[in-house]
Design a protein around this ligand. Sequence first.
Ligand code: 3HC
Length: 301
Amino acid sequence: KHPAGAPSPDLARKITKVGIVGAGLMASQFALLFVRKLRVPVVITDIDQERVDKGVAGIRASIDEMQEKGRISRDESNRLKALISGTTDLADFADADWVIEAVFEELGVKQEVFRNVEQVVSAECILATNTSSLSVTAIGSVLENPQRLLGFHFFNPVAVMPLVEVVNTAATDDETLSTAMVVAKTLGKNAVITADAPGFVVNRILAKLLGEAMHAVETGTPFEVVDRATAPFGLPMTPFELLELVGLKVGAHVLDTHHAAFPERFFESEGLHRLADYGKIFDRDAKGKRKGFDKKAVSLA
Ligand code: 3HC
């Protein structure tokens, strides 16, 4: 097999329906992007009706907001809303050609999701995981057809960040890879094909930045100083703002997996785990604008 695969638009399968597992923040952003760009029905599912309803309501609210800002017409808003639905019954994925998951970042949970999805979808349906640092190969090890699984890793905020990492495992076949490249292009993203190695490309680099920032704090430099030192460095966000954006729990998990894979190169941060349990680093106003560092968070790091 060619290490980067041999994707070709001729091999790409047509996508007529998308299934999304998870109705949280990341999954809702995917749903909106898929419905806007692919213009096909998008069904989202989660473990209970309340989560599904909340996810669908959030997506509808985002569509309303785009209409209020004059970015889309009322007709377009209605069309998009009509294409979005929620379900707790995986059987509604039966005719999906593309299923992507953004559930809790734990191997067993993701394996269980795909094992269940595989029972209801056709053999041609492509399965994509948005995992940020688990092995896609390990996720696919429970599948009957692991050749139709790949990683499809978005960045936050999904609507704005232009990159998607398409993670090609040793099992992924060229039809799957080709379809993913065409889907990424239709979504308006730049896709890069990466190997299934810890952190792929971007998180490996980000883990270094975020881990070093936490380590600097944990070895005596105050939060404010690290924050002020990194902002003029040309970063759109400081490492601590970025940690809150991706989610402190996700950030801690990303550092843990890198430390486990490359202990000599990456720090693990107990302080970040305490911050993740606490839930924030910054004090923010009602609009979400940062006011300063949260005092308790500072004491926890
Ligand atoms: N959702 C949707 N759109 C958003 C948004 C959000 N959460 N935040 C900002 N935007 C949009 C705004 O609406 C605006 O769009 P417009 O130009 O059409 O009006 C545009 O983005 C720019 O926003 P602002 O002018 O308000 O703010 P900034 O210029 O400061 O940009 C930012 C905001 C794009 C978030 C910028 O700070 C940035 O690029 N930050 C770094 C983000 C990053 O590195 N993400 C990767 C995280 S790693 C990851 O996700 C992987 C995971 O596995 C860990």
